[in-house]
Design a protein around this ligand. Structure first.
Ligand code: GDP
Length: 461
């Protein structure tokens, strides 16, 4: 399959493709990811599975162990697959890279019994818009009445071994999914009939319960990635690193840190980086690059170990000064041998795509994705409610500290859209009289805040 001269293969080594899992709630995204991780841990007993920040790397030899005869590792020059740990299209659309999607390829999970649902269609829209190649995992095949499980086996022979009744029931459901894909403008078929997975969507029947079809799913992912990465993604992993912030959080002993995915180049522990911040690009020096310790060592010392460098594609925790304003979903770029101004301008350009206007005084808003943050911010702008700080992520004590200093009493409020409020932030808000509003529906969130403002104004009269 590979046309690379084996003697030069190392120079041509492609970087690990980044894989995201999308689909409707309860269709099995989390279970499928857990099963892939679990199968990988079992197959890679020698300790081949390392923990990562925000993502799980499954190396090629472990994939070929799980997939058995289906994957011949010598056919591939990919190091493996990197699965983003947070499933769902909210995280998918937050995780941008240069305006596109951070993930190179995606798995769209569809429950065979439930078929296409609203979030399946939303996910399809996002995949279309970002032009992300994907395959469909038709999940929960084990729930077809009369199914005779065949734990962890490739799915085609498992399907052949079922009774005629079960086979026809399952086929009917699978063809409904293929029909839905075609209604949405995709040519799709059962994966074993697809030749070119970029032109045609392959449907892989799987069970996240019994692991049936997971060997096939990984095989198809490898085939799709190999072709896609080769044609679209020749990347020099030794160049200056480029990445995306997953989360901004405090790490004991390191202050404010970034959980990040590096999708291009390499980041080193002595690099100067530019990070997207609320007030614009932040230029800072890396103090440490951190990785979770291997499981058995965790109990002995601190949870993280320092590493010298991290090459794409991989997750890493970055410790550096001045990260207080950094935003989840924002870009990270290493300067190294590049022109400082040019790199800052690139980050500025990427930030300009994130349209959230803030003022000197106003409320604090938090949302689960940059997309929802933009939506919430524009609703507030229409209602002339000023925003002082807008950020993606859970409500943390530092948000309360900001809200406390927000000027007018009506501004001492945090509007949290579809995000968690950390316990210590909730306690602090109560103590400092900062009002917390939480909702998963934007207009309801804004409505409760409006009611609060009316109450304050009435009390003042
Ligand atoms: P998510 O919301 O898409 O992440 O869905 P989950 O992974 O949380 O799964 C929702 C429910 O479906 C859970 O109760 C799972 O145990 C169950 N489930 C997921 N995959 C399968 C499957 O392949 N077979 C069966 N029988 N149940 C499944």
């Amino acid at each position: 399959m590979s046309d690379t001269d084996p003697t030069t293969a190392t120079d041509d080594t492609l970087r690990t493709p980044i894989v995201a899992v999308l689909g409707h709630v309860d269709h099995g995204k989390t279970s499928l990811l857990d099963k892939i991780r679990g199968s990988a841990v079992t197959a890679g007993e020698s300790g081949a599975i390392t923990q990562h920040i925000g993502a799980t790397a499954v190396p090629l030899d472990v994939i070929s162990e799980i997939a058995g005869d289906l994957v011949d590792p010598t056919d591939f020059d990919l190091p493996g697959l990197l699965f983003i740990d947070t499933p769902g299209h909210h995280s998918f659309s937050t995780l941008r890279s240069r305006g596109g999607a951070l993930a190179d390829i995606a798995i769209l999970v569809v429950d065979v019994n439930d078929g296409f649902q609203p979030q399946t269609l939303e996910a399809i829209d996002i995949l279309k818009r970002t032009q992300t190649p994907f395959i469909v995992a038709a999940n929960k095949i084990d729930t077809v009445p009369g199914w005779n499980p065949n734990e962890g086996q490739p799915v085609q022979q498992t399907m052949d071994a079922q009774s005629d009744r079960v086979q026809s029931d399952l086929n009917e459901k699978l063809y409904e999914i293929i029909g839905e894909l075609s209604d949405n403008g995709f040519s799709a078929d059962m994966y074993w009939r697809v030749q070119n997975f970029q032109a045609n969507i392959g449907v892989v029947p799987v069970s996240a319960e019994t692991s049936e079809g997971i060997p096939d799913l990984l095989t198809v992912m490898m085939g799709l990635s190999q072709r896609y990465m080769k044609e679209e993604m020749e990347i020099d992993t030794s160049g200056p690193g480029v990445g995306t912030v997953l989360e901004v959080k405090d790490t004991q002993g390191f202050g404010t840190t970034l959980d990040a995915i590096i999708y291009d180049g390499t980041i080193r522990n002595d690099d100067t980086i530019v990070v997207g911040g609320l007030q614009g690009p932040i230029v800072t020096d890396v103090r440490a690059l951190l990785r979770p310790r291997p499981l058995e060592e965790i109990r002995t010392e601190q949870e993280f170990e320092q590493v010298e460098q991290v090459a794409a594609a991989d997750g890493v925790k970055i410790a550096a000064p001045e990260l207080g304003d950094a935003m989840a979903g924002a870009p990270i770029r290493v300067i190294r041998n590049r022109d400082r101004k040019e790199v800052i301008a690139e980050v500025e350009e990427e930030l300009a795509e994130i349209e959230v206007t803030t003022q000197e005084e106003g409320v604090v808003i938090k949302a689960d994705t940059l997309g929802s943050l933009e939506a919430l911010s524009s609703t507030l702008e229409e209602e002339e409610i000023p925003v002082m700080r807008a950020e993606v992520g859970a409500v943390a004590p530092r948000d309360v500290r900001v809200a406390e200093t927000a000027g007018e009493p009506t501004n001492q409020a945090i509007l949290a859209f579809s995000v968690e409020v950390l316990d210590d932030a909730r306690d602090l808000a109560e103590q400092e009289d900062v009002e917390l509003f939480e909702d998963d529906v934007i207009y309801q969130l804004v409505e409760s805040y409006d009611d609060h403002v009316t109450a304050i104004e009435e009390a003042q009269q």
